[in-house]
Design a protein around this ligand. Structure first.
Ligand SMILES: Cc1cc2nc3c(=O)[nH]c(=O)nc-3n(C[C@H](O)[C@H](O)[C@H](O)COP(=O)(O)OP(=O)(O)OC[C@H]3O[C@@H](n4cnc5c(N)ncnc54)[C@H](O)[C@@H]3O)c2cc1C
Length: 417
């Protein structure tokens, strides 16, 4: 038996913690460092697509996640007037063996953290440890921290959209790229919309409202997560990509005041949120290399993408699982392990970054706005179901969650990359 590989993961976000749990699952020795002094349940809602849920199931977390989330079974696309364009089944009702889960990001992070504490132990988590840079030395890679250094066989930089490790390798890259849209995110406590298992995408690329429940509350209401999006190129509100930056409803609520449909009251939902967070729609250009010696990138550090199509957290989870599988398979050759990981994941995620720039599965919403700006009597006169299905099916294929690609019982950990 070779000695266990010792791996340092930088970042205790969704990608970093899933990586740590997966590495522990294959018998590697892992420690995680994060700059924050305390992991608090920050953020708002996110979606886990069935391919990511399959991986979390293999980590034994499915029951707990189902308990703390909502599994949507329908997605309705509609216009800014509430006219329905299309609806599609999601999760189990779409034929997947795993549900899609809508969950508070902080809840997901704490479920991962609890599993980490139980399985790996608190001594393997080093908070208050800011990474300053990574160095490749003769003895192996070293993470240089604000206070001290840590050496390892492999360093995985899962340090998010402002990754220090990435900036070190791509010093000319600069800040993330903004496409002119601003996103206000919030959570309101409301009566269930429709059956309480429905997601809504309304509007188009210039103005959009996305909403879905993330928790059933004891009083019969639901925590309903929303993202209100406005195109505001040149706005000075886009000045920072900080997940915790507060938004102000005066900046966007007036634009949504007319969005009252018979089944959805957008202004009431926005008005019911105690706080909102403002984030610009940003990504980064895909890079030609993630791996430098025994140091590699993962999650947003490797491939930040527009939050379109529910892929940000899901793709970080897939990275984690492929990486752990490659490390297990190539346990005697870490260079080969990291090369296999990068070969599997870099082109796949670059394709999603590109698809999201082209609006991903939301393209039919733009087509309908262009073709029928004043509404329609019959949607079939504006766009055909085949045209919509072609776009959405292609997106599922690119993002790796076509129903036919997800068979029961398999996990990325066992894929022969
Ligand atoms: C506080 C927070 C709130 C978020 N809220 C949302 C949300 O509401 N909706 C949404 O779609 N996405 C949100 N995201 C982003 C989302 O989590 C990611 O897009 C996705 O889950 C991929 O995860 P990741 O692990 O690659 O990155 P992240 O989840 O961003 O995790 C990166 C981790 O690296 C740590 N880190 C960063 N720099 C350093 C450093 N120099 N040294 C050590 N550690 C470092 C950070 O503290 C963080 O814990 C949020 C991210 C954060 C950090």
């Amino acid at each position: 038996m070779p000695a266990p590989v010792r791996i340092v993961v930088v970042g205790a976000g969704i990608g970093g913690l899933t990586t740590a749990l997966s590495l522990h699952q294959i018998g590697a020795e892992v420690i995680v460092i994060d700059s924050v002094h305390e992991l608090r349940p920050l953020g708002v809602g996110i979606n886990l697509l069935p391919h990511a849920v399959r991986e979390l199931d293999d980590l034994g977390l499915l029951n707990e996640l189902c308990r703390q989330s909502v599994a949507p079974d329908l997605l309705i696309y509609c216009t800014r007037r509430g006219q329905e364009i299309w609806q599609e089944r999601r999760g189990l009702t779409a034929g997947y063996a795993w549900p899609q889960l809508s969950i508070h990001r902080g809840t997901l992070q704490l479920v991962l953290l609890d599993a980490f504490m139980e399985r790996i132990g608190p001594e393997a988590l080093h908070l208050g440890s800011r990474l300053l840079g990574v160095e490749e030395r003769q003895s192996g890679p070293v993470a240089v921290l604000e206070r001290g250094e840590v050496d390892a066989d492999v360093i995985v930089a899962a340090d998010g959209i402002h990754s220090v490790a990435r900036a070190q390798r791509y010093p000319e890259e600069g800040p993330p790229l903004w496409n002119g849209a601003l996103l206000w995110r919030g959570i309101a406590e409301i009566d269930p919309v429709r059956d309480g298992r429905t997601m809504v995408w309304a509007g188009g690329p210039d103005q959009k409202f996305v909403g879905y429940p993330i928790a059933d509350l004891p009083n019969g209401k639901q925590a309903f997560n929303f993202i209100a999006e406005l195109r505001r190129p040149g706005s000075d509100l886009a000045k920072a990509e900080d997940w915790n930056r507060r938004g102000s409803s005066e900046d966007f609520l007036p634009d949504f005041m007319q969005w009252t449909f018979d089944w959805l009251d957008v202004p009431a939902i926005i008005g019911g949120a105690p706080e909102t967070f403002l984030f610009p729609m940003v990504d980064r250009e895909p890079i030609p290399r993630w791996t430098f010696g025994r140091i590699t990138l993962l999650g947003d550090a490797a491939h930040p993408m527009y939050p379109i199509g529910s892929n940000g957290a899901s793709q970080a989870i897939l990275d984690a699982r492929v990486l752990a599988g490659c490390i297990r398979r190539h346990a005697l050759d870490m260079d080969e392990a990291l090369a296999s990981y990068e070969q599997a994941r870099r082109p796949a995620t670059a394709a999603i970054v590109a698809a999201n720039r082209g609006l991903g599965p939301e393209r039919p919403m733009r087509l309908v706005e262009q073709r029928a700006p004043d509404g329609f009597d019959e949607i079939s006169a504006v766009i055909t179901p085949e045209e919509i299905a072609a776009v959405t099916e292609e997106y599922r294929r690119v993002a790796g969650f076509a129903v036919s690609d997800l068979r029961r019982g398999e996990t990325l950990l066992n894929e022969p990359y």
